[in-house]
Design a protein around this ligand. Structure first.
Ligand code: PMP
Length: 351
């Protein structure tokens, strides 16, 4: 039978789908609410005109890596580009995990760590954050060493909680665990603190970044992996040769030449975050959690009810099916107008 051709653990998986919903305000995917400026769009179109479509892309994506190197102040030989940071998670699990080897992931955290670990033939062990979504670092370290974990994945700031792990805690993990420690800094720009400067010091540290959030470019699929020379050379062995296409590389070059623009976009998003959080804090019977990202996790008495009512008003937010987040919704920061409509609608739903 043809079913027998597939991996055993794939049977429990569901393909990633995005439901086709009828909405006008989209606050469900942690995207930037800002569109790229007309000036940048013009530069992009000009650059695309120069792409040689008959040729394969640069397999090392050298130009974008060099520009990213300037952006983060790390040597370009320590940077590898990916088709979104999603692909980089897949490449890491592909390079490091042998059959049945384990990764450690937090709950809640980004679900793709577990998915890619399991499709690579590995296993995912979950460590629960406490009721306020804080991490007991000492217990985590004991569990990592007891379970012989190969890779620890942590998103910092955490998606979906918006919480962060301070540098001292990350250093404690790095100093006490020999597994690869992947710090996924997809939302780092909204927080302002990074661990990337420590890649030379810690041989087991890998940092992930993306252009999908602060750079308002989820469509182009461009992410970066940053680590020491030994790690990067090993990980590259598991990379598809032409993983970042030429159009994405061209767009990335334009984007990363506009660092001031990126910084001012982040400031705009942070201002809207402040507005949204203040408004949420003024609403009874809900519990917004502190956030350092471009979204807010909010606890409700009945999240399903609120989700459906919001959708009825053409506003889509992120709802969860797993038990831990049953009564939570994750709200992406929108524009001032979107945030105002969202708050007004939410108030009337909860009345
Ligand atoms: N890491 C985290 C924590 C995320 O939330 C996301 C996107 N939701 C990603 C990685 C993937 O980002 P991308 O593939 O767009 O770079």
């Amino acid at each position: 039978m043809i079913e027998g051709l597939f991996k055993e653990n794939l049977k429990n998986f569901k393909p990633y789908t995005v439901p086709k919903l009828d909405y006008e305000i989209k606050l469900d995917a942690n995207e930037s609410f800002l569109k790229l400026s007309p000036y940048i769009m013009e530069k992009i179109l000009d650059k695309i005109n120069k792409v040689e479509f008959n040729r394969y892309p640069d397999p090392a994506a050298e130009k974008v890596c060099a520009l990213y190197s300037k952006y983060i102040g790390i040597n370009k030989k320590n940077i590898m580009a990916g088709n979104g940071s999603d692909e980089l998670i897949q490449i890491i699990t592909g390079a490091l995990l042998d059959k049945n080897e384990k990764i450690m992931t937090l709950s809640p955290d980004f679900s793709m760590y577990k998915n890619y670990a399991e499709t690579a033939g590995g296993k995912a062990i979950t460590f629960q954050l406490d009721d306020n979504f804080n991490l007991d670092v000492d217990k985590l370290i004991d569990k990592i060493n007891g379970e012989k974990i190969k890779i620890l994945f942590i998103s910092n700031p955490n998606n979906p909680t918006g919480n962060v792990l301070k540098r001292e805690s990350i250093f404690k993990i790095l100093n006490n665990c020999s597994c690869a420690v992947v710090m996924d800094e997809a939302y780092m720009e909204f927080y302002g603190e990074s661990i990337v400067d420590s890649i030379y010091e810690y041989e087991n540290l890998i940092v992930l970044r993306t252009c999908s959030k602060a750079m308002a470019s989820a469509a182009i699929r461009l992410g970066f992996l940053i680590t020491n020379s030994f790690m990067i050379n090993e990980i590259k062995k598991a990379k598809p040769p032409f993983n970042v296409n030429s159009v994405t590389q061209a767009l990335g070059e334009v984007l990363l030449s506009e660092v001031d623009y990126i910084k001012s976009s982040v400031e705009k998003i942070k201002r809207e975050r402040e507005f949204l959080v203040n408004e949420l804090n003024g609403i009874d019977k809900i519990k917004p959690y502190p956030t350092y990202a471009n979204f807010v996790l909010v606890g409700f008495e009945d999240a399903d009810f609120v989700y459906k009512k919001l959708l009825g008003n053409k506003i889509v937010v992120r709802n969860y099916s797993d038990n831990r987040l049953k009564n939570f919704l994750r709200i992406t920061v929108g524009s001032r107008e979107e945030n105002k409509i969202f708050i007004k609608t939410l108030r009337s739903i909860l009345k």
